[in-house]
Design a protein around this ligand. Structure first.
Ligand SMILES: C[S@@+](CC[C@H](N)C(=O)[O-])C[C@H]1O[C@@H](n2cnc3c(N)ncnc32)[C@H](O)[C@@H]1O
Length: 420
């Protein structure tokens, strides 16, 4: 494809994604379906350019105020993640001159919002919580691409065996530092072409997400509920931890997401999982199971702001009002799910949000309102699940993962035991 044609397509995609009215990944997929002739490299260039724009949107939108021609073309030039020489082939002499001038600006001379690229409502609480130095570390980490983490399916093979199989396929996979089941891969190999993946030996799962399942720590033969199971990321880890015994209910209000779990379940070899769509958190099915469940995971719907490395559009698509609405949902789901837990059983509330409002605040309210639940020390629970360095993963007794500290997505999780 001619460089100018690819640059113009890139500007077209940016114009669509920048409306922020749908998740960026679905807009990008729909765009690729409409442009079937695009090759692998062209797709990668378009996707990476649009994600670069979303990561540093405030900076690029400010810099694009100068120059001539369409705004979206200027944004595409600034955020371009393809070959630089190829881009030059698309530019007029005036555009080359403009781009050189803009790229020569010292980033440290820019206003702070153009360096952290977060809306103020998000930057403020994070700065207040972390302090200046760590806030900037977080801002940098959130604007980097996430590594590819995998969880080894312990039902099928050991981590060292999976590592050896990757090596034989020419792929370097290193053990993740905390999860005893994790492998981290540099780059983006075509996993679906590997037998190790297609036969369920490994699943894609951020190390942080693996740690949530290790905090719940379900055992053989138990009755377990994954209350917000979605497409089953945690469900699969829980089912394998139960060694494919007992009963694992995977609930969700979204039938569409539960359907997406099916091929993953088939690959995993698990037969102890019972997916079920519920109408809402007070569904009759929940009432029937009240007080009967050994372990309940509430992986609550949240702002997802801990996943900005993968979903940078979320910082522009979320709002304080949206967070307040999510809090109401989180409170209601946690209160309902807690009724399932039997005396001596464990309840875990988790999110992939960075905000105290969706994490510590919700957990503290629950603890205050439920004297029958005792907060457990997450570091102790994780250490029992063979997690290395568990002490460094918790704050005030809860699991608190940060991209800049732990190289995982941002996660929060608190565990309680029901006393009576
Ligand atoms: C953070 S996602 C879950 C991700 C999933 N556990 C995984 O590991 O892949 C939250 C899920 O909560 C579901 N949800 C929203 N409201 C719910 C409710 N009232 N009861 C149960 N699930 C709900 C959403 O459909 C969504 O799938």
């Amino acid at each position: 494809m001619h460089p100018n044609a690819l640059l113009e397509l890139s500007a077209e995609l940016i114009a669509e994604v920048n409306q922020l009215d749908a998740p960026a990944d679905s807009t990008v997929s729909a765009f690729f379906r409409q442009h079937k002739n695009l090759g692998q490299r062209e797709r990668a260039c378009l996707a990476e350019t649009v994600y670069a724009l979303l990561r540093e949107r405030i900076k690029f939108q400010n810099l694009a105020q100068s120059g001539t021609g369409s705004m979206h073309r200027r944004l595409a030039m600034l955020a371009w993640r393809g070959n630089a020489a190829f881009l030059r082939g698309a530019l007029s002499p005036a555009e080359v001159h403009w781009l050189e001038q803009v790229q020569a600006i010292d980033p440290m001379s820019l206003a702070s919002k153009m360096r952290h690229n977060m809306p103020e409502w998000l930057a403020e609480p994070l700065l207040a919580r972390l302090g200046d130095e760590e806030f900037w570390q977080l801002a940098t980490a959130l604007n980097e691409a996430a590594p590819l983490d995998l969880r080894v399916n312990a039902l099928k093979l050991k981590r060292e065996e999976a590592q050896a199989q990757f090596k034989a396929a020419g792929i370097e996979a290193v053990p993740t530092p905390y999860s005893p089941l994790g492998l981290r891969i540099d780059g983006k190999p075509a996993l679906h072409k590997l037998e190790l993946f297609t036969n369920g030996g490994v699943e894609v799962q951020d190390e942080g997400s693996q740690l949530l399942a290790l905090l719940l720590a379900p055992k053989r033969g138990e009755m377990v509920v994954d209350f917000c199971a979605g497409a089953g990321g945690k469900t699969l880890a829980l089912g394998a931890a139960m060694r494919n015994t007992g009963r694992l209910y995977a609930f969700d209000v979204s039938g569409h997401r539960l359907t997406a779990m099916k091929p993953r379940l088939a690959r995993s070899g698990l037969s102890n999982v019972y997916p079920a769509q519920i109408a809402h958190e007070r569904d009759d099915r929940i009432k029937r199971l009240a007080g009967k469940i050994d372990r309940v995971l509430v992986d609550a719907p949240c702002s997802g702001l801990g996943t900005l490395r993968r979903n940078p559009d979320l910082k522009w698509r979320q709002s304080p009002k949206g967070v307040a609405e999510l809090q109401d949902k989180q409170r209601a789901i946690l209160a309902s799910a807690a009724r399932l837990v039997k005396p001596g059983g464990r309840l875990v509330y988790a999110t992939c949000s960075l905000l105290d409002a969706e994490n510590e605040v919700i957990a503290a309210e629950f603890t205050a309102a439920h004297p029958e639940f005792k907060t457990l020390d997450a570091a102790e629970c994780l250490a029992k699940s063979q997690v290395e360095g568990a002490e460094g993963l918790t704050e005030a007794g809860a699991l608190r993962l940060w991209p800049h500290r732990h190289a995982t997505d941002g996660f929060f999780a608190v565990a309680w035991e029901r006393l009576a």
